[in-house]
Write a protein that binds this ligand. Structure first.
Ligand SMILES: NC(=O)c1ccc[n+]([C@@H]2O[C@H](COP(=O)([O-])OP(=O)(O)OC[C@H]3O[C@@H](n4cnc5c(N)ncnc54)[C@H](OP(=O)(O)O)[C@@H]3O)[C@@H](O)[C@H]2O)c1
Length: 282
């Protein structure tokens, strides 16, 4: 495993398991397989409706709590709930604290929600704070108002959409970028790109492993999602080879090919209006 140092000196394992679109049973099985394969970092969210399952996998792993970096996200419909939003998230996970707490979407009263997260941070319920899907102007708005600046920003990021502008903007703050959709949400075309096929052959790795290595060499955190125990193990086995500067430059040329997700204003307002009962999960 390799680690990133967040701006508040918290050590974050550079790769972890993503659990988006997993049922509770799938998330529990995937997190169990990941922890058995040596993962030290699991990502979930209120909206994935699998926080309880992730908590069960952590509890039954027998691994010491401080050896697992747990990340979750508050959904916009709970931004107004204040401290209760954090406390119910912790209760579902069965944890006293999380390592990373993230505002999931830039809609609703996210500034008040940021203050809620700062309170949780000061109370020791959270070790670091992040933003998800926030465009640069809204990140700037949070930084301007914050007492605790975001230690992490998570956004769609992969070789087809490399987030160069955001990287340059965040650099002075020491804010880490975490890539969601690090493998292009499983887009076979991405893995079949000639450069990845060639480098996979050269290093005796899969194309997915080469892509994940590219991310981590860029200093980006990755949370690939997988329900397949073989893929889960492979995705952590990326630290015994290094791409050359020339190979990194070749991959850089794929930037701008494709962005898979872009929420418009109506979608964002829809997120705010959706009020799932997060406690109603297995
Ligand atoms: N903050 C946000 O708004 C946001 C949005 C989306 C996602 N996320 C987070 O980011 C995580 C990753 O996103 P994602 O899971 O949607 O996409 P992804 O990690 O880019 O891709 C997942 C897909 O890749 C396949 N895969 C994984 N490892 C592989 C390997 N070694 N070889 C070949 N195929 C492989 C998986 O299939 P198998 O199951 O068959 O392995 C799955 O279909 C999520 O789980 C979630 O935690 C956050």
């Amino acid at each position: 495993m390799e680690y990133l140092k967040l701006s508040n000196d918290v050590r974050m394992p550079v790769m972890g398991l993503g659990t988006f679109l997993m049922s509770p049973a799938e998330a529990e099985a995937a997190a169990t397989a990941a922890l058995a394969a040596g993962y030290e970092h699991i990502d979930t969210a209120n909206a994935y409706m699998n926080e309880r399952a992730v908590g069960r996998a952590i509890a039954k792993s027998g691994i010491a709590r401080e050896k697992i970096f747990v990340s979750t996200k508050l959904w916009p419909s709970v931004y107004k709930a204040g401290d209760a939003a954090v406390d119910s998230t912790l209760a579902r996970l069965g944890l006293d604290y999380v390592d990373m707490l993230i505002l999931h979407q830039p809609v609703g009263d996210y500034l008040a929600a940021w203050e809620t997260m700062e309170r949780a941070y000061r109370a020791g319920k959270v070790r670091a704070l992040g933003l998800s899907n926030f465009p640069q102007d809204k990140i700037a708005e949070v930084i301007e108002r914050a007492e605790v600046a975001p230690q992490l920003v998570t956004v769609e990021c992969h070789p087809y959409h490399q987030q160069r502008d955001l990287r340059a903007y965040l650099e002075p703050y020491g804010t880490v970028i975490e890539a969601w959709y690090p493998l292009g949400h499983g887009d076979a075309g991405l893995q079949q790109e000639g450069v990845f096929q060639r480098l996979a052959e050269k290093y005796g790795k899969s194309a997915a492993q080469v892509i994940l290595r590219w991310h981590t060499q860029m200093g980006t955190s990755v949370i690939p999602g997988s329900k397949n125990p073989a893929h889960i193990a492979d995705n952590a086995d990326i630290f015994d080879f290094a791409l050359t500067d020339g190979e990194m430059a070749e991959i850089a040329r794929l930037d701008g090919t494709k962005q898979y997700y872009k929420a418009n204003k109506a979608q964002l307002l829809g997120y705010l209006a959706t009020r799932p009962n997060f406690d109603a999960q297995d």
